[in-house]
Design a protein around this ligand. Sequence first.
Ligand SMILES: Nc1ncnc2c1ncn2[C@@H]1O[C@H](COP(=O)(O)OP(=O)(O)OP(=O)(O)O)[C@@H](O)[C@H]1O
Ligand SMILES: [Mg+2]
Length: 414
Amino acid sequence: MLERLVRDHRVVVCVGSGGVGKTTTAATIALWGALEGRRAVVLTIDPARRLANSLGIADLGDEPRIVDPALLATAGHPVRGSLAAMMLDQKNAWDRLVARHAPSDEVRERILKNRFYLNLSQNFAGSHEYMAIEQLCLLCESDAYDLIVLDTPPTKRALDFFEAPERIRDFLDRRIVRWFLMPYLSQGWAVAKAMNRTVGFLFRKLEEATGVSALAEVSDFFSAMSGMFDAFTARTDVIHEILRARSTAFVLVTGPEEQVLTEAEFFSERMKAMQMPLGGVVFNRVHEEFAADPAAFRGGAVTRGDEDAVRAALLAAGVPVARVPWLASNFVDYQQLARGEALRLEQFRAGLSRRVPFVTVPNFDTDLHDLASLTRMHAHLFAPGAANEKGGPVSADDSSGHARKSRARRRSPE
Ligand SMILES: Nc1ncnc2c1ncn2[C@@H]1O[C@H](COP(=O)(O)OP(=O)(O)OP(=O)(O)O)[C@@H](O)[C@H]1O
Ligand SMILES: [Mg+2]
């Protein structure tokens, strides 16, 4: 269970591969913190439209916005703390960063209108990740929150998130910058090419990568930015500190599919190497195996080849004959899926330190797009009564009864 992890940390970062449930988990954790009495904020990245709507952040800029307590109460959850939510707007975040560091209005305008900058702020690999971390720093610097939950961008390579600050720092490396500031560059391609074949080649590559053909603009960008690089470098140091602070915990969200788990394994290894150990693991969207009658099925497990026995059981239970074949085959398939997931999860768990708490969350029958449905997750992430013990709401989740059972145990069909 993750209650200690959330209680003992100020910053909780939800990481993992694309589509596994990071945004949902981040919102769920922040909501639980608010129920517990924390001043919680969740920074979401591209949340599903309906989730953004239900948090009240669908049409807003990238400022944290307090979720209306009355709205939370209508979901059946009197809140002892507060919940704020915000959505990362990458372009805005870059612009504000520039505005914060620009020495004058003139320089700021010059940068904001620069085509190379416009391209960089949208398309630079890692730009999204960098801005998420930059926003995290801002939230950490504010005294308004004592629980900050960070969602991370959808990425195939989960580690992109942590490497982004280094990449930006390398990109803004003084030596490279100095090179861009060479006077002949501002005069354009022709001069550059004439100066040096290699330089000409490099710039053609740069043009291909960025789509910005005017070399003068690239050069102008760097010259306008030149006074600001120290601030960026200092920032990456702060980021480094926050990500490695004792008050920061990482929660790895993963699905039970083989490929996703392989990525998760790689991810957890690399995090260890980067001295950012995992604080917890959420196995999301797990299919739970049903316990079958041991008298009819060996070991109480339904396996391939048991279709006849399943059909017989269905007929005996009064299921109309026409439905029996497909119900039986569907059930056997489901049991196989659930069994495969259980085995993979056990294997994954065996590779984790015993100290790392892990939880499993079932694949619910609906998406989790509003506050009430987010609380369905609570029973699976947090020990019973943690947020409720002082008179708070009790989740009405239908599946909470078996939520805290070990994944290895099977539940009975209803
Ligand atoms: N346990 C669950 N049961 C059912 N649906 C779920 C569960 N967890 C998440 N979902 C749904 O799965 C979808 C994807 O979840 P989410 O957006 O949180 O993933 P993500 O990891 O943030 O994705 P991305 O990498 O694209 O940002 C959402 O529609 C969400 O409501
Ligand atoms: Mg997401």
